[in-house]
Design a binder for this molecule. Structure first.
Ligand SMILES: CC(C)(COP(=O)(O)OP(=O)(O)OC[C@H]1O[C@@H](n2cnc3c(N)ncnc32)[C@H](O)[C@@H]1OP(=O)(O)O)[C@@H](O)C(=O)NCCC(=O)NCCS
Length: 218
């Protein structure tokens, strides 16, 4: 019965990230990186991310209010350990009789775009949602946000349009052993990837300390 229901709600065309991407679950110790990441979005990108004009001050308040115990925040780090992509999975209050739902918000810095990072963050958030008994994943975006609309459609989300806004929903099947293993494996791999990048960064810094930082060609 459970499986029948699950297959009914599976997207007709399930999406797959083009490549595996190590994604870490972030904690309160990453607040500075999250703030720096969001402050790097320009005015237009902030409007796409938050749906409204968002000043530095509002971003500061948003980051200050992040509840790492309640919500889940995921991040992708580049070789310099800069947070290049992040997703906020906000758990919505549980209403009696309604499905348990979470809201997905995502941003990838321009230099990281079109490499599958947004898709991978959505995929990771969907798996985490299933493993935490979320039944509906929800994204609010502007219909003019072509990249996000494309991403949502690719993920098999149902989309409802109203006044230039779009609400995309993904009905999620329940967790199963493979979603649990998938998340645990990604978590371990992401920790290993982060440690390697950390060592690489440290060894570069040590090298530069001895011999000076290489000059970039003009
Ligand atoms: C939306 C966003 C997260 C996508 O990140 P990303 O890392 O580039 O995502 P991906 O690479 O996984 O996928 C992007 C897809 O959109 C497509 N795309 C990009 N721009 C597009 C456009 N203008 N029209 C149509 N498709 C577009 C890409 O070709 C890619 O499709 P493909 O995987 O089939 O090749 C990123 O653009 C972003 O941070 N935007 C600003 C914040 C935002 O809009 N957040 C969403 C609202 S919460």
């Amino acid at each position: 019965m459970h499986n029948k229901l699950a297959s009914k709600y599976l997207p007709s065309k399930p999406y797959f990230a083009r490549k595996a991407v190590p994604i870490r679950e972030l904690h309160a110790g990453h607040t500075k990186e999250i703030l720096q990441h969001l402050l790097q979005l320009n005015e237009g990108e902030r409007r796409l991310r938050f749906g409204i004009q968002t000043s530095d001050e509002v971003i500061g308040r948003y980051v200050g209010c992040l509840d790492f115990n309640k919500d889940a925040i995921f991040g992708i780090f580049d070789l310099n350990l800069r947070l290049i992509g992040m997703a906020h999975l906000a758990y919505l209050p549980v209403d009696e009789g309604n499905a348990r739902a979470a809201k997905f918000g995502v941003s990838v810095l321009p230099e990281g775009r079109s490499q599958g990072f947004g898709t991978a963050l959505l995929q990771r958030s969907a798996v985490h949602s299933r493993n935490t008994r979320i039944e509906t994943l929800y994204v609010h975006c502007l219909t003019s946000n072509k990249a996000m609309m494309h991403l949502a459609q690719k993920a098999g989300m149902s989309i409802e349009y109203a006044h230039g806004d779009a609400d995309a929903y993904l009905k999620l099947p329940p967790a199963n052993p493979s979603t649990i293993v998938e998340e645990a494996a990604n978590e371990q791999w992401a920790d290993m990837d982060y440690a390697l990048k950390q060592n690489l960064k440290r060894s570069h810094q040590a090298w530069w300390w001895f011999f000076g930082r290489p000059k970039l060609a003009p």
